[in-house]
Design a protein around this ligand. Structure first.
Ligand SMILES: [Zn+2]
Length: 458
């Protein structure tokens, strides 16, 4: 589990408050506005009817980054076993800079090299965001307010050995070039890990990336059926199927999975009708991962437990590597879901934790929501983003002082109300009008669980 609580003493009342916690919510779209820039003359028009092999993918991403350099930057977070770059397109109005107050979102595709729809739709998503910025208000607002990272392929070696038209992975390509399943190779909450780091450079690169960036929300895109699956992916008993392994944010995860499912015309039916598993259905198009089947060492649980990030897994198509003629249809089916899910990075509460004397940002301060035994921590600007469903919460910021036995704490109570507009949820302070004043409550210091209002069930 992630660090939940720091030990502290009862000497809190003797301590001087060293930081204040400032909390605010930026409505989507309040970010910096920039004028659109048209694509360069060399930019090719997307045809949605062919797969990009590694060379094509590299060229396409480089071309897009060049043409839209005002909002995009391409980098590699590492290399695969066979030396292919793990490309990530960052989309942000200041693409080479970290800006305080912007939540980081990521999509990762093609982790299983033979599950190829995700790889393509993520390239299409990159192009869509870049070309619509400055033209469509919704996309402009999303890009202005979000630090977006898109990795079309986490397993480029596997893709190269996969065959178009192979629906079941019969011709290989699922695993990396050392024949290891990347979605079974992350440290597991129950089992740890036994995989040698040198054998899974793709996983090690992603772990480092997750630790460095402190993403807030993420999607892990796969194929083989049509469903959105949420943590946990396994249980202590590793019962093969049917065991609901519930996380502390179960209601929130269910909601996030429903956002993807309900915007996908096939997924929302819960009846993918896959030829190999015609009887397999998913209520509302979502499932708890472990209830579906036990997956030790999966990436989504790692993100949640060790990465400060909420991630769910989307299965996009029955056929893992369908003919390229299906790609346009798959893009049309997933586009709205991909966008709506990204927008959810703005739900909940956010703010900064700073030293009240020096004003310096305080990182790694725990943000504690009463009733949810899963704390997030502040990032390098002292910023935090706590996704929450509508409800009333007691929220506390806890930092350890110079020694492990001290505790600094600020807390307040906030009520969330649903926003009936298309995008997101709005936050309405229940106790304060504008700038909330944080107060010290020494009696709460040392109490993990406090009086609470349960979030609304989805
Ligand atoms: Zn997969």
């Amino acid at each position: 589990m992630v660090l939940i609580w720091q030990p502290f003493s009862k000497t809190f009342s003797e301590l001087v408050l060293l930081f204040a916690l400032f909390l605010h919510v930026l409505p989507l779209g309040e970010g910096k506005k920039q004028l659109p820039r048209s694509a360069g003359a060399s930019e090719t028009v997307e045809t949605y009817d062919k797969y990009y092999n590694y060379v094509d993918l590299t060229n396409r991403l480089q071309s897009l980054a060049q043409s839209y350099s005002h909002i995009a930057s391409l980098s590699s977070i590492g290399r695969s076993v066979e030396g292919r770059e793990l490309w990530v397109m960052r989309i942000n109005v200041e693409p080479d800079k970290d800006t305080p107050g912007k939540p980081k979102f990521k999509y990762v595709g093609n982790m299983h090299g033979d599950e190829t729809v995700s790889r393509q739709v993520l390239v299409y998503l990159v192009e869509y965001l870049l070309t619509k910025y400055g033209e469509e208000a919704r996309i402009t607002e999303l890009v202005n307010s979000t630090d977006i990272y898109i990795m079309p392929s986490m397993n480029p070696d596997g893709f190269e050995s996969s065959k178009e038209g192979d629906c079941n992975g019969d011709y290989g390509g699922r695993n990396n070039a050392n024949n290891l399943d990347l979605n079974r190779s992350f440290p597991d909450q129950f089992d740890g890990t036994t995989v040698k780091p040198d054998d899974i450079p793709e996983v090690m690169a992603v772990i480092k990336w997750i630790k460095e960036q402190k993403f807030v929300l993420s999607g892990n895109l796969h194929g083989g059926t049509v469903v959105a699956s949420y943590p946990f992916d396994d249980s202590v008993s590793h019962q093969r199927q049917g065991h609901y392994s519930q996380s502390e944010d179960d209601n929130l995860f269910r909601y996030l999975a429903l956002v993807y499912s309900h915007n996908h015309p096939v997924m929302k039916t819960g009846q993918p009708n896959c030829p190999d598993t015609p009887e397999e259905t998913f209520k509302d198009g979502i499932t708890n991962g472990a209830r579906w089947y036990d997956v030790p060492g999966g990436m989504q649980d790692y993100n949640y437990l060790y990465g400060n990030c909420l991630e769910i897994t989307m299965e996009l198509s029955c056929c893992k590597h369908p003919p390229a003629s299906e790609l346009q249809k798959e893009w049309d089916l997933n586009r709205e879901s991909l966008l709506a899910y990204m927008e959810k990075v703005h739900m909940g509460v956010r703010g900064f934790v700073k030293d009240a004397v020096s004003g310096a940002a305080l990182s790694n301060v725990s943000i504690v929501v009463a009733g949810i035994r899963h704390n997030l921590t502040t990032a390098k600007f002292g910023d935090y983003y706590r996704l929450l469903l509508p409800g009333t919460y007691n929220i506390t910021a806890v930092a350890t002082g110079a020694s492990a036995s001290t505790c600094f704490l600020a807390r307040d109570r906030y009520m969330f109300a649903a926003d009936d507009k298309t995008i997101g949820w709005s936050l309405q302070p229940s106790l304060h009008s504008k700038q909330p004043v944080w107060r010290i409550d020494s009696s709460a210091c040392g109490t993990q669980r406090q009086a609470q209002s349960k979030p609304h069930p989805v």
